[in-house]
Design a protein around this ligand. Structure first.
Ligand code: UT7
Length: 358
């Protein structure tokens, strides 16, 4: 049966690091609170645009697959922080990389975006509507951070991850995937004032709001159910799973999901301490690091599961192929910066406040 398999992978994490100690200088919080409630120690703050991070991650993914930009027929960017409302960030990626033969568009399922994108890419490849898809999860969440709201400001970070998906008729590839959402909770995690909605109070515009407890409660339930369904639908048993790569939002949510799946800690990949919640970028960044660290062997069964604004959720089970090393390497990198993460964040805060004062 024809389906999609991952043949290339890559990531881009911006150089400026925002530690919990930095946050203590900006707001009434503590390393102890952030670590015990979320598991986050530091996160990255970008000095460039979302599409610039996407391009670096995508360049590594293409080299890893041994392909050139002309080989790609579809570019999907999963993001809730696009460079602009029009055009799609995927077309800025095309502008910067070439990709002359590709159709380009974005999808927004917030933190579930990458797994939604995987489901979509697999469907396109299975039906021969696409042959080689570049799927990128990329986020510049720092533009939505309000340093006066400590309940959200400590959680989010910037970054990008990308995969190349190609057709296979073998035993590898996406074995099963599912997606879901509950629009009754659409306002539990939201960033108003950046779309076409009118009459948004100016002091509420352009920043993220979250009912953390509501999101947490639902995340624990839906991530577990979605992941279990993806395993069952793949015709596998829980003991067949070699690695779970969950969305990195909160170490307590990840632990609860792993318990529900009866997985031991060594079968769960976590890098939340280093990057915080990077929304649609978190799973492809984690996948790339899992491969770099030798956590995936040929033929392994890998499960992705995510949860986020919408509220949305999604899971997928993949059988990894024979290759766990990149075919080629790219030297793509972001330009250096002299700005610290605190400087970048406070500058963004001033820009937003200026915008709301106008
Ligand atoms: O990517 C997908 C979407 N996001 C998520 O999955 C996130 C889901 N939610 C969560 O991860 C957790 O709800 C949080 C980490 C956001 C919060 O953890 P919590 O255990 O649910 O804390 P809480 O919201 O119940 O707040 C507990 C206390 C409050 O004080 P009072 O009212 O009990 O006196 C908050 O004001 O902690 C206080 N608080 C803080 N204290 C220090 C909230 N934020 C902070 C902070 N530093 N940064």
């Amino acid at each position: 049966m024809r389906r999609a398999t991952i043949t290339g992978w890559g990531k881009c994490v911006p150089p400026a690091v925002l530690t919990n100690a930095d946050l203590e200088t900006l707001m009434d919080t503590s390393d102890e609170w952030i670590t015990s409630r979320s598991g986050i120690k530091e996160r990255r703050i970008t000095h460039v645009e979302n599409s610039d991070m996407a391009v670096v991650a995508a360049s590594h993914a293409l080299a890893s697959a041994g392909l050139t930009d002309d080989d790609i027929d579809t570019v999907i960017v999963a993001t809730c922080t696009p460079d602009r409302v029009i055009p799609a960030t995927a077309t800025f990626v095309q502008e910067k990389m070439g990709l002359r033969n590709a159709a380009c568009y974005d999808i927004n399922a917030a933190c579930s975006g990458f797994v939604y994108g995987l489901h979509l890419a697999n469907s396109l490849i299975a039906t021969q509507a696409a042959h080689r898809v570049l799927l990128i999860g990329s986020e510049k969440l720092s533009v939505l951070i309000d340093i006066e709201d400590r309940s959200t400001a400590v959680l989010f970070g910037d970054g990008a991850g990308a995969v190349v998906l190609e057709a296979t008729e073998g035993t590898d590839g996406v074995l099963a995937s599912n997606m879901g959402s509950d629009g009754q909770l659409a306002r539990a995690l939201t960033a108003p004032g950046l779309g076409s909605e009118e009459d948004v109070p100016v002091d509420e515009a352009g920043r993220v709001y979250m009912d953390g407890r509501e999101v947490f409660r639902n995340a624990v339930v839906q991530m577990g159910s979605a992941a279990l369904a993806a395993v069952t639908d793949a015709g596998l048993e829980l003991e067949d799973i070699d690695l779970l790569i969950p969305h990195q939002a909160n170490v307590r949510i990840i632990d609860a999901t792993a318990r529900r799946m009866d997985l031991s800690p060594e079968k769960v990949f976590m890098n939340i301490a280093s990057y915080g919640n990077t929304s649609a970028a978190s799973i492809p960044i984690a996948l790339t690091e899992a491969l770099e660290e030798g956590r995936i062997d040929p033929g392994d069964n890998v499960v992705f599961v995510a949860f986020g604004g919408g509220l949305t959720w999604a899971a997928a089970t993949l059988a990894w192929g024979e290759r766990v090393e990149p075919i080629g390497r790219s030297d793509a990198a972001l330009p250096p910066t002299d700005s610290t993460a605190v400087e970048l964040l406070t500058k963004r805060q001033k820009t937003r406040l200026r915008g709301t004062a106008e």
